[in-house]
Design a protein around this ligand. Structure first.
Ligand code: 5GP
Length: 142
């Protein structure tokens, strides 16, 4: 399990601008925001990536995220926003503790810029990956 800078923030060993806290979830302002109101929402459980998170922490995060989104949008007067959740260094995860970014998108220059290199899904490739994903789900106890 990770003991990252975010675990230290949860324990109060490093200061933060706290937005919200309950038994399983902690939320605070990002120290380097890409838009005003850029907020991080994290489980207290020190899982590194989302796939490693317990059902209990996942449920707690899922329950509170929409409320925090509404609060950030109200506070910033913004109606558009992105939720970003990176897993792994190659996927731009800098802190090895699960975190969701709530990033207001007030205009075209602030907030998240996204590259979305789409290409059509070849039928055969789609069927192949679909079968593998379904097999993986079937092999998991839900
Ligand atoms: P990632 O790239 O891992 O998805 O994003 C990590 C985020 O954590 C970054 O946006 C970064 O600014 C933020 N961050 C890193 N260290 C600290 C810190 O000590 N305090 C706060 N408030 N945010 C941090």
């Amino acid at each position: 399990m990770a003991d990252s800078i975010f675990s230290k923030i949860i324990r109060g060993e490093i200061p933060c601008l706290k937005v919200y806290e309950d038994e399983k979830v902690f939320s605070f302002l990002d120290i380097n925001p890409i838009a005003p109101g850029h907020t991080l929402v994290i489980p207290k459980e020190p899982a590194e990536t989302l796939d490693q998170l317990s059902d209990e922490s996942a449920a707690a995060l899922g329950k509170i995220l929409p409320l925090l989104c509404r609060a950030v949008m109200k506070a910033t007067g913004t109606r558009q926003y992105n939720i970003l959740q990176n897993n792994g260094k190659g996927a731009h995860q800098a802190v090895a503790h699960v975190h969701f970014h709530i990033i207001p998108k007030p205009n075209s220059t602030e907030g998240l810029g996204i590259q979305w290199p789409t290409r059509p899904l070849p039928q055969e490739q789609g069927q192949e990956i679909l079968a593998k994903i379904r097999d993986a789900i079937a092999g998991t106890v839900i």
